[in-house]
Design a protein around this ligand. Structure first.
Ligand SMILES: Nc1nc2c(ncn2[C@@H]2O[C@H](COP(=O)(O)OP(=O)(O)OP(=O)(O)O)[C@@H](O)[C@H]2O)c(=O)[nH]1
Ligand SMILES: C=C(OP(=O)(O)O)C(=O)O
Length: 274
């Protein structure tokens, strides 16, 4: 398994917002740690090679048991993946290889095993991301070139390059890459790996700011748009200072508000997921 990771200081720029910028590199590292730990725990994975120039990430991921190699080409994501595959095949020319994004914090080893099992039937096969636009995994059988074409709408590119799309259902954790706050919320619904879960709690415990919300008194429901772009739906009475509101089964947020009316600031001061 080849996992690419850009320098943490540059990672996850789409996790916008004040809190995002403060925690973003640590969240990106936690995503990578949970992704690599799950891949290493997968019975279908022989070893994980991480391609990164980030020294902190390299040390942390090597400590989990991954092999870490520098991003020698330093020419973007696909060059990094091709380089990782070449490193693997320099040692074992007949090795099957697969590329896996480093931002799958809900990854389950059993679901990854199912995807790799399905991929084995084809020379090249890939799994589309949850949005059906990108790619989270691309596999190449022994003798087949990986020929990665990741980036943005990569599903169409992998299809046109002749890779077969893996149509499996029930492998959501392998499709759930996290680029935005909304992606992170969706991954939290699936169940985050331990390192990301800890950062996620940090992110809320430190106080998440939200400046926009809607509240429909008739339906007693609405949504809060956090500053990092995460939409949080709720079905609860109107906000009041310090009230505990049930936002989603299993999720509680303590909310404080300042000012009056729709423009009032809502401060989410703690999140307890249980
Ligand atoms: N080694 C290496 N990994 C990369 C490079 N570019 C992207 N990646 C990794 O490839 C995966 C998908 O890339 P992106 O979704 O663009 O990474 P990202 O951190 O989400 O970037 P943005 O959200 O676009 O700021 C992530 O694991 C990245 O860390 C690169 O140039 N070299
Ligand atoms: C790299 C990819 O994802 P994203 O750019 O959305 O992170 C991809 O889907 O190929």
């Amino acid at each position: 398994m080849v996992v690419p990771l850009k320098p943490l200081r540059l990672a996850k720029s789409r996790l916008a917002g004040a809190m995002g910028s403060a925690l973003r590199p640590r969240l990106a590292l936690a995503f990578a740690q949970d992704t690599v730990a799950a891949a290493l725990a997968c019975p279908a994975v022989r070893d994980v090679v991480v391609v990164t120039d980030d020294p902190t990430a390299g040390a942390e991921l090597a400590a989990l048991g991954a092999r870490v190699v520098p991003d020698a080409p330093a020419a973007g994501l696909n060059a990094a993946l091709a380089h990782g595959a070449a490193v693997v095949r320099a040692a074992d020319p007949r090795a099957p290889v697969a590329a896996l994004n480093a931002d799958l914090p809900a990854l389950r080893p059993a679901e990854l095993a199912r995807v790799l099992g399905a991929a084995r039937a084809f020379p090249r096969a890939f799994l589309a991301d949850a949005a059906g636009i990108g790619t989270t995994l691309l596999a190449a059988a022994p003798g087949a070139e990986l020929n990665p074409a990741f980036g943005g709408p990569s599903r169409a590119r992998h299809l046109s390059s002749g890779a077969v799309e893996i149509p499996l259902t029930g492998v959501d954790s392998v499709r759930r890459d996290v680029d935005t706050g909304a992606d992170l919320l969706a991954a939290a619904e699936l169940g985050l790996g331990p390192r990301t879960a800890a950062r996620y709690a940090d992110r809320y415990a430190a106080g998440m700011q939200a400046t926009a919300y809607t509240y429909e008194s008739e339906t007693r429901s609405g949504s809060v748009l956090l500053d990092d772009g995460t939409p949080v739906e709720f079905d609860a009475p109107a906000f009041d200072a310090g009230g505990l509101r049930l936002l989603r089964p299993g999720q509680r947020v303590r909310i404080e508000t300042e000012g009056e009316g729709p423009a009032r600031r809502i401060t989410l001061v703690t999140l307890q997921t249980f």
